[in-house]
Ligand binder design. Structure first.
Ligand code: AMP
Ligand code: ZN
Length: 672
């Protein structure tokens, strides 16, 4: 093996280990930064040496592969569903049935929580993940391998001795915390929040861009495996074996020697489930012995040896009166069920979410139906089923709207997205007021004296049609409005006037460019320094900015390609808003290092590493993580790794000391 190959292999092994410690054991031993540096080094080496490609390399976790259409794959072993039971009595009856079938022997069970996500089949060959397929109809599903490889808790290569070829079955879930974080980011970026973790998890698997999947905090919780020579005799051993190979098997599974112990498990988790970091809607009880499982076999739909027990969630039966459609500020349409008011878990429920057109079709809810409403993890209750016995005889399936309820524009639906959209972003009222509300929000222009409801009022009264109009408001126009005292009117106008001092990066965020959240706005402002440079930037120039990918770059281009938006910018500029970095922000910023790439390594005396990097960036230079032929200088401090130095010397990259670096900027270090 030559040296490069050895380095590559060592990096892969180290990254695999650190990944496992972080995402499966939750016990990291190195910092995120160190991890990223190692990963970048591996990426660069792999790019230079494609001959050492490995489908199990940790670099696949970053994504990048695009799947235009997912191939249909027939499962080696069908993926069954589970029989459900809703009461302890039913479960006891099931156990008695099993007793009869097996001839009166003792039956031990494994109880696992029922994870609420999307099921996945992972095929491993010689210890390497070769394919990941969704359950689909149970016989065949979609090949989502590229996307699944980005899920950090799924081992790409297994540890230890493994069967030659076998399948692992598990559930892809979005933990509650990650889901909440994703939604918070979406709201900040001006996007509508996702409805629930389960749909978001299964939707994520079908995204075309795997690098997008990589940004979602998905997890995989395995619950079984199929194949030959698995080397285990019980379900419990199966779970332990998978854990040993590097899977994140929840510790909540328990071996229950008899049905009484199973009932205890159910009672315990009925309350404790709320402590879990993910959603569960029940328990899956499985006969522990694989020998007994084999004797029991399958019905056409499900294994006889397993039973799902659904936790009771409080539910109510009521009539669906009509469906209304809400338009979010990004144009996303959400259907809402308007119900005959009913008492559920202590509150009167009048509305329930229907999520999207697919959900309506799946439930086949119709106007006038009696429907079951439940409160799950979500804030608004949802409809879980229709009581068909009470369906009005003349009912017809719901026709989903084809035009926007607010502006009548024909709706659009992008491939792979569940939601319909109103594309009329500049003329659709809730989208307009939504954008203005974002503009005035705390992290954006933070306009004092103006709130969301007032925005709606001003819009309805025809006083504002976009956010630039705010700057034309006069107190005299406002006082005739309902609930607008003279004092509030002057405060509002005053607040608007003051907002012209808000710095460029926040103005940029306030514009409401899709995917340009607070952080991205900061990065863009720093990189381009003023709006003219930003508006003139090409896609390449945008993507050259740290952490700006194609999706964001496109969105920025689209935004400024629209004359309506350009005019808004010009008007705002006319009203005196900040469209460039202030002298203060620009202080210390030069173009001295333009076009130069630096690698920083070791420990420094006068500046710490982050200050040094900031200094490089402030002066127009770029910081890279590892030395390559593209490196202009290696800035070396004390205790720098010998491999970096050797590499720089090999490639003829000049090495600078801290003092030499400061001299490059025309500064002398204080000590020198
Ligand atoms: P159902 O979709 O109701 O028929 O339930 C079957 C599905 O439950 C399987 O396809 C799995 O995706 C999912 N599931 C979640 N947790 C488990 C578990 N611990 N054991 C087996 N299946 C599970
Ligand atoms: Zn509309």
């Amino acid at each position: 093996m030559n040296q490069v190959e050895e380095t590559i292999k060592a990096l892969r092994a180290a990254l695999q280990e650190h990944n496992y410690r972080y995402y499966v054991l939750d016990e990291p031993v190195i910092s995120d930064y160190e991890f990223d540096m190692k990963l970048k080094e591996l990426q660069q080496l792999e790019a230079l040496h494609p001959e050492f490609d490995d489908p199990a390399s940790p670099t696949h976790r970053v994504g990048g592969g695009i799947t235009k259409a997912f191939d249909t794959v027939v499962h080696d072993h069908p993926m069954y569903s589970l029989d459900n039971s809703y009461s302890r009595e039913e479960l006891v009856e099931w156990e008695q049935r099993l007793q009869r079938l097996l001839g009166g022997v003792e039956i031990a069970f494994t109880c696992e929580l029922k994870y609420d996500g999307a099921s996945i089949n992972l095929t491993y060959e010689n210890g390497v993940l070769i394919r990941a397929v969704t359950r689909g109809d149970g016989v065949q599903g979609d090949d989502v391998t590229t996307n699944v490889k980005t899920i950090r808790s799924i081992p790409l290569r297994l540890q230890g001795v493994v069967p030659e070829r076998f399948d692992v079955r598990g559930e892809i879930i979005l933990p509650l915390e990650g889901f909440a974080r994703m939604n918070q980011e979406r709201v900040e970026n001006g996007e509508d929040p996702y409805m629930n973790p389960r749909n978001t998890a299964s939707g994520s698997l079908k995204l075309q861009d795997s690098s997008l999947v990589a940004t979602r905090p998905l997890d995989c919780l395995p619950y079984g495996m199929v194949g030959r020579n698995l080397g285990v005799d019980t379900q419990m051993e199966m779970l332990e074996r998978m854990r040993g190979w590097g899977f994140k098997v929840p510790e909540t599974a328990r071996l229950c020697p008899n049905i009484e112990a199973v009932l205890d498990f159910l009672a315990e988790w009925d309350t404790r489930r709320h402590e879990l970091p993910f959603e569960t809607d029940g328990v899956v009880v499985k006969v522990n012995s694989l020998q007994q499982q084999q004797e029991l076999g399958f019905t056409s739909k499900s294994p006889r040896w397993a039973m799902a027990y659904k936790f009771k969630s409080e539910q109510a039966l009521t009539r669906l009166e009509h469906i209304s459609y809400q338009v979010g500020r990004t144009g996303a349409i959400t259907p809402v069920a308007n119900l005959q008011p009913v008492l559920l878990a202590g509150t009167v429920v009048k509305r329930a979410s229907l999520h999207n057109a697919d959900q309506i079709a799946k439930l086949d809810v119709r106007l006038g139906d009696m429907v079951f409403v439940e409160k799950g993890g979500e804030i608004i209750p949802k409809i879980t089923a229709v009581d068909l016995s009470q369906r009005p005889p003349d009912s017809t399936p719901v026709q989903y709207i084809s035009n926007c309820p607010e502006c009548n524009t024909p709706l659009e639906r992008k491939p792979g997205e569940a939601q319909h959209f109103c594309p009329n972003d500049t003329g659709c009222p809730p989208q307009i007021t939504g954008r203005i509300q974002h503009f005035i929000s705390r992290k954006a222009m933070d306009i004092e004296g103006l709130g969301g409801e007032t925005v709606e009022l001003l819009f309805k009264e025809g006083l504002i049609a976009d956010y630039a109009d705010l700057y034309t408001l006069e107190a005299e126009q406002l006082t005739p409005l309902e609930r607008m005292a003279e004092k509030s009117a002057t405060n509002l106008v005053q607040g608007v006037r003051e907002s012209v001092k808000i710095p460029f990066e926040r103005v940029l965020f306030a514009l409401g460019i899709r995917y340009v959240g607070e952080t991205v706005a900061k990065k863009l402002a720093r990189a381009f320094r003023d709006i003219d440079a930003l508006m003139a930037a090409s896609q390449e120039a945008l993507m050259a900015v740290d952490e700006i990918g194609e999706r964001i770059a496109r969105s920025v281009l689209d935004f400024f390609a629209n004359p309506v938006n350009r005019e808004l910018v010009e008007r705002l500029r006319g009203y005196g808003l900040q469209f460039s970095l202030s002298a203060e922000q620009l202080e210390g910023q030069t173009d001295l290092l333009q076009g130069q790439t630096f690698v920083v390594s070791g420990v420094f005396e006068t500046l710490d590493r982050n200050e040094l990097k900031k200094r490089i960036e402030d002066n127009g230079g770029k910081v890279a993580s590892s030395v390559s032929s593209k490196t202009t200088y290696l800035v070396a401090g004390a205790n720098m790794g010998p491999s970096k130095r050797a590499k720089a010397e090999n490639l003829g990259v000049p090495i600078l000391s801290e003092t030499e670096f400061l001299e490059l900027l025309g500064e002398a270090s204080p000590g020198a």
